[in-house]
Design a protein around this ligand. Structure first.
Ligand SMILES: [Zn+2]
Length: 346
């Protein structure tokens, strides 16, 4: 829904991985983090090349090779277009060329995802590709991680469990919606534990809980709010329940749209508001339970007041509508509604 995300290398997120093992070798402690991407890293020269990790080195190399190829796309289109225009090649041949060129970006993305992990053994890809997912939000990296994990014999898999749980927690704090449906069930199956245990372990540190509350109650990360709220209710964590309601109240009281915002910032803020208020609406039942439990129904009433007052910006239904400003889109909708009413009256 929203592409507003925190930085996976930010200090707050890095703190969630403290005491982490090396993400290439879970049996070695992390002596440092990569200068470029921040992945926890041992001093083993196979993974750590002058302070930069193996995956970053691979990305550098691949970018140098692939960038010139990806730059061929537009000139190629023009080249074949001109040839077609002057009749040097037929219309069908132009079509073939366009289809051929269109494959370039897809192929490059595919190669790039795989090539990041070149030179690594299967088990060394498990955490490095899960971390790579948090950097690029590319499902290829996410799937690779679990494919590699499944190759590890069942009795050895638990070695990876603590680091994977921490990394999944960091991903939730960054962008909950990026995780595919059933992520917790998949984890439970792979590690042969219950989904309840997965959730408990994800929430096991205070830092993680607090990061999820701040991430979920500020609107930057849709979907986290119901997830955190459910956990707090189940575990009766009253202090954190109070914190959650207080943070939400502070956020909704804040004037989001400022007069001096640029148009682009205004749109981003509107988008942010929308996802946040939708998240609040989804979590209404949980929030009510929390408010009653910690006797903060007044705070919840205050929050609800803001939600009721909020004027939801329209959702664009296509590319054309997405290019319109919210005001223009509203006007378009009004016009459409009016003509529909007129039609009915006739
Ligand atoms: Zn790196």
């Amino acid at each position: 829904m929203s592409d507003i995300t925190a930085d996976p290398t930010s200090t707050e997120i890095s703190n969630l991985r403290k005491d982490a093992k090396c993400y290439f070798d879970v049996e070695s402690p992390a002596d440092t983090i990569c200068n470029k991407c921040g992945i926890p890293l041992s001093n083993n020269p196979r993974f750590n090349v002058d302070g930069v990790c193996k995956t970053c080195k691979n990305r550098e190399k691949m970018a140098a090779i692939l960038a010139p190829i990806s730059n061929l796309f537009l000139p190629g289109m023009i080249f074949f277009g001109v040839l077609g225009l002057f009749g040097v090649i037929s219309f069908t041949e132009v079509l073939f060329a366009i289809v051929g060129l269109s494959i370039i970006p897809i192929t490059i993305k595919f190669i790039f995802t795989k090539a990041q992990y070149l030179g690594l053994k299967n088990n060394e890809k498990i955490l490095s590709s899960l971390y790579g997912f948090g950097l690029t939000w590319d499902m290829g990296s996410y799937n690779l991680s679990f494919e590699m994990l499944e190759k590890v014999p069942e009795e050895e898999r638990m070695k990876y469990y603590p680091s994977i749980i921490k990394e999944i927690g960091s991903i939730i704090v960054l962008k909950f919606n990026a995780l595919p449906n059933g992520w917790d069930e998949n984890l439970a199956t792979i590690f042969n534990v219950s989904t309840e245990r997965i959730t408990e372990d994800i929430f096991s540190s205070t830092e993680m809980k607090e990061s999820m509350i701040s991430s979920g109650s500020t609107g930057a990360n849709p979907g986290v709010l119901p997830f955190v709220a459910n956990y707090l209710i189940k575990n009766e964590e009253e202090e954190l329940m109070r914190k959650l309601l207080k943070t939400i109240e502070e956020v909704v009281e804040h004037e989001w749209i400022e007069d001096n915002m640029l148009e682009q910032e205004r749109r981003l803020a509107k988008k942010w508001e929308r996802t946040f208020f939708e998240d609040l609406l989804i979590s209404e039942d949980e929030l009510l339970q929390i408010a009653e439990k910690v006797e903060m129904t007044e705070t919840l009433e205050n929050i609800k007041g803001f939600v009721d007052e909020y004027d939801f910006p329209p959702i664009p239904t296509g590319l054309l509508e997405a290019s319109l400003s919210p005001e223009a889109l509203n006007a378009k909708r009004e016009l459409k509604n009016r003509s529909q009413v007129n039609e009915k009256q006739e």
